[in-house]
Design a binder for this molecule. Sequence first.
Ligand code: PDD
Length: 293
Amino acid sequence: MAVAVSVNGRITDGDHAVVSVFDNGFVFGEGVYEVLRTYGHQPFLYDEHIERLRHSAGMLGLPVPFTNDELLAQIRAVQAHAEGKEHYIRILLTRGVGEFSYDPASCPTPTVVIIVKPLAETPDSWYEAGTRVSLVSVTRNHPGSVNPRIKSNNLLNNALAMQEAIRKSSVEALMKNYRGELVECCQSNFFVVRDGAIHTAPLDAGLLAGITRAFVHTLAGELGIPSYERTLYEADLDTADETFTTNTTREIVPVVRIDDRVIGSGTPGPVTRRLIAAFRRHAAATSLHPAQA
Ligand code: PDD
């Protein structure tokens, strides 16, 4: 089967995977998720992703009913039924089946879903020529409301932002926070390169602690590229030499236009290219030696 799904341990193809309409994940969006991808069928940065899943769940007071090893065994069982050169893996954990009540005690058993499907390859042109992103009017969730640190199944904020970007024919939506600072995109973190250094917004600006974002900081350290977390403003786009986004499925994507603004030379710059090359070296090593990655 192309797509394989486990719902509470029952593995089926995508068409036969069912969750109750009374699940709080469906009714309230009350749940959290993770997206991983594989290299050589090995889930990349597995422990980091599951640590973030636990953090997200903790912010909802949601119990996590498995150890990392137990979950990995389940993922591998689902992978065994799925097709694809590489796999996209989505793990969803919801409050479980309830009776339209916000009281956690009314739904004591969380629902665990694992979806494995062939990874959709990102077009080569995105890396070679760069992409266009839109700075959208939708404000990123206030951290005091639905905190962007929670990788929440409630993705309305992200969906509204992306709808605006799609209307403007862009591949990503760059968002500001309630203070008007640049924070992140609706599906990725955002970096500015200036004078050979990389800059990204700090976590307390209200954004997801991206696993790729953290990995890029490590890569920058290895390459001797200075990396900073600092407040970013729209004016930083005018002085940026390069910009790029990071996420699990697309890795590091050069951004050469933000709406009508051309960034730097209008082509992917040398710092972004070095980071992409270093990332791919690590990913290739993972697929050969998963335990050492
Ligand atoms: N999205 N910010 C947001 C809002 C995201 O949704 C994502 C990832 C990221 C990057 O995080 P990471 O490097 O850990 O993938 C940042 C995933 C890919 C998704 O929801 O499909």
